[in-house]
Ligand binder design. Structure first.
Ligand code: ADP
Ligand code: TYD
Length: 214
């Protein structure tokens, strides 16, 4: 396999696709505590002597932040356009940011991943979980999280925790409940997906994660 050179000129080792053991994703319905826990986890990893960074989806690159605006600020968006825009920003993030960081030995803690698309677009929008999984896995070419933690919070509680919900966050409790059910199913199908009780304290959640990933 040839070495891969990304847009910033970083030459990635030819085996970068398999060097992903430090890639952790946080998942859960809107307001479940993902970004709070992501930052606390990175802090804990850095204190333990590791290099670690957070990324967020949608976003994390210039293109990704522009796509984020399209996704969250548009008044209306076709369901399949939504699927492909999420997948597009994710492919850019994977090769521009995540793969180089992993190749350099840096932990990457991601606020969401393609498991969000499987749950929100696949189940929530009803376009089909297998189709959404396949589209994303094609674009990611193996740059996928090793550990996926789902912060499980009752959608009504999580919605109440949110400040200003975005276009998708405004979908309401029924939509978020189907997203939550999709996450719980994913955890039963895939060993790397683990559900954590989201009402625990941030410290307890991070301590549990550290035990699993280190
Ligand atoms: P998300 O990124 O999933 O939308 P946030 O991290 O922004 O969620 O958290 C939403 C709100 O819930 C914030 O006000 C945050 O302080 C609070 N919060 C986060 N984690 C917890 C927790 N484990 N217990 C109670 N409140 C929390
Ligand atoms: P995020 O900024 O993480 O929102 P929150 O902090 O409220 O959880 O995500 C923005 C919105 O995009 C959120 O409603 C979830 C949605 N989303 C999808 O529908 N599919 C995806 O693949 C991703 C990454 C996010």
């Amino acid at each position: 396999m040839d070495a891969y050179v990304n847009l910033s000129g970083d030459v990635l080792p030819s085996d970068y696709r398999v060097n992903v053991s430090r890639y952790v994703a946080l998942e859960g319905v809107d307001g479940s505590g993902k970004s709070t826990v992501a930052h606390a986890l990175v802090e804990r990893l850095v204190t333990a002597g590791f290099e670690a960074m957070t990324v967020r989806e949608p976003g994390g690159t210039r293109l990704g932040e522009q796509i984020r605006e399209l996704l969250l600020d548009s008044e209306k968006l076709d369901d399949w356009a939504e699927v492909f825009l999420f997948a597009a920003q994710r492919a850019e993030l994977a090769r521009e940011v995540v793969a180089p960081a992993l190749a350099a030995g840096i932990w990457v803690v991601s606020d969401r991943s393609y498991f969000s698309s499987i749950a929100y677009q696949g189940r929530g929008r009803g376009v089909g979980e297998q189709k959404v999984r396949a589209i994303n896995e094609m674009g990611l070419e193996g740059v996928v999280p090793d550990h996926v933690f789902v912060l499980d919070v009752d959608p009504a509680v999580a919605l109440a925790r949110q400040g200003r919900p975005d276009r998708i966050g405004r979908e309401g409790v029924d939509f978020q409940s189907s997203v939550r059910a999709a996450y719980l199913d994913l955890a039963t199908q895939d060993d790397k997906v683990e559900v954590i009780e989201g009402s625990l304290s941030v410290d307890e959640i991070v301590t549990h994660m550290i035990r699993v990933i280190l």
